[in-house]
Ligand binder design. Structure first.
Ligand code: G3I
Length: 322
């Protein structure tokens, strides 16, 4: 049978990848498939490069979790997507409850991004994660509330200086279809470009519900690419209300295929990453995030709980083959 990364690369994409993280590496059967670079040419650590994991106290960096992900990827000749530098969630308390001024938080953001991107030199980075509310306004978090939109500049400039070769992204959800949030992201990209702030790509996360993939996803990708950035689907999963039925699995196959087909049709869409590839339902938190986050929902990944490929996998292959 066709292999997802092989097919993606044959279609001219850089990679087909998956999220993963350290707790899963003890599962030999899971690890064997993850490590097969004909399936996955890229991995993203789901948690281990986040701020709470990497700088739990100001100025004290812990790289061990992320290092294990990088070393696995290097052993398998896979790309790494760093995830992420600046996000409102999974912050250590010294960040969320510090008494910051613009100057002191600027220094902290600079130091965090610079140290992280310099340590994990290489491939791709989600520098800014989820800056917008769904209505396109800026998210009210410690960064925006202290620094205004300037936090985006600070993080991107620090990252570019730390690793001139890394592709620097802003990553968000609910920007995969036309609407206020996608427009806000386009305005941000235009603004950054006009001021010469480094920005290479926009990540469309792609956390979808079966039957609800936006029909304008290709249009939106084309609109971003027209601004002079690349795009990628960075966190694709398509969840359903359990139990699985044949009809839901078929719709999910169509949905995966539609997302991949859209990326395939846009030259500036460089790759697709799924937000983990399987979902053992008895071990909720360490694989897919869906079952532990959305009560009664799951089965969002292309491989099932027994690591068997689902119809969704065939949809992925078909999408890259179109
Ligand atoms: O590390 C602690 C552990 O010590 C503790 O025993 C356990 C008990 O709940 O929690 C562990 O932390 C969990 C962490 O994942 C690591 O497993 C958190 O509770 C849990 O909330 C956290 O969930 C992560 C979530 O981001 C947090 O927002 C998911 O694994 C991760 O897949 C998810 O990823 C995000 C992307 O970064 C951004 N886009 C959305 C995506 C899905 O939410």
């Amino acid at each position: 049978t066709a292999k997802s990364n092989t097919v993606a690369q044959a279609a001219g994409k850089k990679y087909f990848g998956s999220a993963t993280d350290n707790p899963e590496f003890t599962d030999a059967a899971y690890l064997a498939i993850l490590s097969d670079n004909t399936y996955f040419g890229q991995i993203t650590p789901g948690n281990s490069m986040k701020w709470d994991a990497t700088e739990p106290e100001q100025g004290t960096f812990t790289f061990s979790g992320g290092d294990a992900v990088v070393s696995l990827a290097q052993g398998n000749s896979q790309l790494v997507r760093g995830h992420n530098c600046v996000w409102y969630n999974q912050l250590p308390s010294w960040v969320t409850s510090g008494s910051w001024t613009n100057a002191t938080l600027t220094a902290a953001v600079q130091n965090h991004c610079s140290t992280l991107v310099s340590h994990y030199k290489g491939d791709i980075w989600d520098i800014i994660n989820e800056p917008f509310n769904d209505d396109g306004t800026w998210r009210s978090d410690v960064f925006y509330n202290t620094m205004g939109t300037y936090f985006v500049d600070v993080a991107l400039i620090a990252a570019r200086a730390a690793d001139p070769n890394a592709k620097l992204y802003i990553n968000d959800y609910n920007i995969e279809g036309t609407g206020a949030k996608a427009t806000a992201m386009m305005n941000l990209v235009s603004n950054l470009k006009s001021r010469g702030i480094p920005i290479d790509g926009v990540g469309l996360q792609g956390h979808f519900i079966v039957g609800e993939v936006p029909t304008t996803i290709q249009t939106v990708m084309e609109q971003f690419v027209a601004l002079g950035v690349e795009v990628a689907i960075t966190e694709l999963d398509i969840r359903m209300t359990l139990p699985e039925t044949d009809a839901l699995l078929e719709q999910q196959k169509t949905d995966y295929q539609n997302v991949i087909t859209a990326c395939n049709a846009v030259a500036g869409c460089v790759g697709v990453t799924i937000w983990d590839y399987s979902e053992p339902l008895t071990m909720l938190t360490q694989y897919s995030w869906v079952p532990s986050t959305f009560s009664g929902q799951g089965a969002a990944c292309p491989w099932d709980a027994n690591l068997i490929k689902k119809p969704a996998y065939d949809g992925i292959i078909a999408g890259f083959s179109a």
